[in-house]
Design a protein around this ligand. Structure first.
Ligand code: NDP
Length: 238
């Protein structure tokens, strides 16, 4: 029998694609996001949908407890929820930095902490953190966002070392540009248009399912094999 997978930010883009793929593979799922109606509309079998803001540790842990009552222990969590608000730092509203660090870093750590102790106790489990190529190199107008994603790489690898002896895997997946809603929250039309032109110049971005396949690939390895990191980009992305 397939085991429970928790996916954050499953209401659009990469998280939605991961949910569909792992549901097709037969896993019961807990799907989390703020837009509950988008989770429910996916209409996936054996799936609990909960309205959770990942920065709220209490409701995050309560949702996991509810799903575990129904489906048994969490075998995998995919910490995917994220926001990207692009701007040059000198003109950016500091509230945008805070939102990105709260969701992309603290939200992801909330997800890790919610499952780590029971995974260590059961001597099995997988944590998959969705970072970005912006966690490996810098890009124009990305200073705060890159800061969050460099943090995701560092935190993930550090925790991987901490839990390896308990047979728990931590995988970081770092996509390049992917066609999703992510860019739409940036306030500057000039930056959005420049980003769109850049994607066009390389013949288009990845599809969300390209990233979902890499998540499934890492997860479906035997528990004794840990894919530590995947960097996945459109072939023509520089
Ligand atoms: P989308 O904007 O399509 O999806 C983001 C998801 O995160 C949504 O489901 C949204 O749900 C959720 N989310 C945002 N804030 C919160 C919150 N506070 N609590 C719970 N859920 C939240 O973007 P992508 O699918 O592209 O992004 C997914 C991940 O992939 C992010 O971590 C992003 O940084 C990363 N990534 C994306 C790339 C790209 O080019 N698209 C490239 C590299 C990495 P809701 O609004 O309903 O809460």
């Amino acid at each position: 029998m397939k085991k429970l997978v928790v996916i954050t930010g499953a209401s659009s883009g990469i998280g939605e694609a991961i949910a569909k793929r792992l549901s097709d593979a037969g896993h019961p799922l807990l799907l989390l996001a703020r837009r509950l109606e988008r989770l429910v509309a996916l209409n996936l079998p054996n799936t609990l949908c909960e309205k959770v803001d990942v920065t709220d540790q209490v409701s995050f842990e309560a949702a996991i407890a509810k799903a575990e009552d129904q489906f048994g222990p969490t075998d995998c969590i995919v910490n995917n929820a994220g926001v990207m608000l692009l701007s040059e730092l000198d003109v950016q509203d500091p509230a945008e930095w805070k939102t990105m660090f709260d969701v992309n870093v603290i939200g992801l750590m909330n997800g890790m902490q919610a499952v780590l102790a029971p995974m260590k106790a059961r001597n099995t489990g997988t944590i998959i953190n969705i970072s970005s190529i912006a966690g490996r190199k810098t890009f124009p107008s990305h200073a705060a966002y890159c800061g969050t994603k460099f943090a995701v790489h560092a935190i993930s690898e550090n925790v991987r070392e901490e839990v390896a002896s308990a047979n728990v895997r931590v995988t970081t997946i770092a996509p390049g540009a992917v066609e999703t809603e992510l860019l739409s929250h940036t306030s500057s039309d000039e930056i959005i248009n420049g980003y769109e032109d850049w994607k066009e110049s390389m013949g288009g971005a990845l599809a969300a399912d390209d990233v979902a396949r890499s998540v499934e690939y890492a997860y479906q390895q035997p528990q004794g094999v840990c894919i530590r990191e995947i960097v996945i980009c459109a072939t023509r992305q520089p």
